[in-house]
Design a protein around this ligand. Structure first.
Ligand SMILES: [Zn+2]
Length: 143
């Protein structure tokens, strides 16, 4: 394998840029770097003109999953009469499946199992999205 790429001196940086004067894309030499580092000046080899090159930061494109304002992250579940009829009363000795509807007697609240998780020590939990209480982690299969 032979490396036949254009020799780029370690100090000279080259950026591919379109020149609107030449109507062509060139590998342009960076002639000046601004102090703030947000704009570079490139020299067009075609017309010998200088062009500003804006450095775009790509870091801001990531979408933050966090809910703005710290409000409710999900809408509470709305349970139909049928859901309530088919609900299982919460008992920590029981085990549940995802999508099971659970009735928590102490809170008089219905919830849907949205996730299951085993904690260190092999303790099993279910994450339940309750209609009033919101998401709450409960133990299952205890004892
Ligand atoms: Zn040019």
């Amino acid at each position: 394998m032979t490396q036949s790429r254009k020799g780029v001196k370690s100090e000279a940086r080259v950026i591919e840029q379109y020149c609107s004067v030449c109507k062509k894309t060139f590998d342009m030499e960076v002639v000046e770097e601004a102090e703030k580092n947000d704009v570079l000046w490139l020299k067009c080899p075609g017309c010998e003109g200088f062009l500003p090159y804006m450095i775009e930061s790509e870091e801001e494109e990531e979408n933050e999953v966090e809910a703005a304002g710290g409000g409710q992250e999900t809408a509470p579940e709305d349970f139909s009469a049928e859901d309530k009829e088919n609900s299982l009363e919460y008992d920590k000795a029981m085990t549940y499946k995802i999508d099971d509807i659970i009735y928590h007697r102490s809170w008089n609240d219905y919830g849907k199992v949205v996730a299951k998780e085993t904690l260190p020590g092999n303790r099993k939990t279910i994450l339940v999205n309750f209609g009033h209480q919101g998401k709450i982690r409960l133990l299952e299969g205890e004892g």
